[in-house]
Design a binder for this molecule. Structure first.
Ligand SMILES: [Zn+2]
Length: 160
């Protein structure tokens, strides 16, 4: 008998690597960096604890580090090391950040017709050009918001 969990893990690891992406859609870069084994273990443990992929956790930590201090001279590895040192202390804060409502700062939704591909910020559904969707309007400065633009699909827009 196959172990469906094992299979699933393998698939999701491949996906999160991003290297096999079809080239369209995600324009994000894959960053490779060396991390000490202890740090890797700690990151994995923390990610499991939060039930999020390690890559998401690392990205959140890096974004967080950029938010906290604009230390341009610091390398990615130094930043990760420092962030990992704070993991225990900041566990709760990061936890909240990881699970933060992507629509928390949106004050209105404007119906729009998409001209480019987008992803629903709430359910993650892929949206195609020509699709009707809703643009979330936010006062939050773009560098603090999770994404510069927030789109949601018809199903996810709040209704009375
Ligand atoms: Zn949606």
């Amino acid at each position: 008998m196959d172990d469906p969990r094992g299979e699933d893990n393998e698939r999701s690891m491949k996906k999160s690597d991003g290297a096999e992406d079809d080239g369209e859609g995600k324009k994000e870069r894959v960053l490779h960096t060396r991390v000490p084994a202890v740090l890797e273990r700690e990151l994995k443990r923390f990610a499991e604890n939060l039930r999020v992929p390690v890559s998401n956790l690392v990205r959140t930590i890096l974004e967080d580090a950029l938010d906290v201090a604009d230390a341009a001279s610091e390398s990615v590895e130094d930043r990760l090391k420092r962030a990992a040192g704070r993991l225990e202390a900041e566990r709760e804060r990061l936890k909240k950040k990881m699970h933060a409502d992507p629509l928390a700062h949106v004050f209105a939704f404007q119906p729009i017709t998409l001209a480019q591909r987008a992803t629903c910020a709430k359910c993650g559904k892929d949206l195609e050009p020509g699709d009707h969707a809703h643009l979330g309007l936010s006062d939050e400065p773009p560098q603090r918001a999770r994404a510069a633009r927030i789109f949601v699909c018809d199903a996810c827009v709040p209704k009375k």
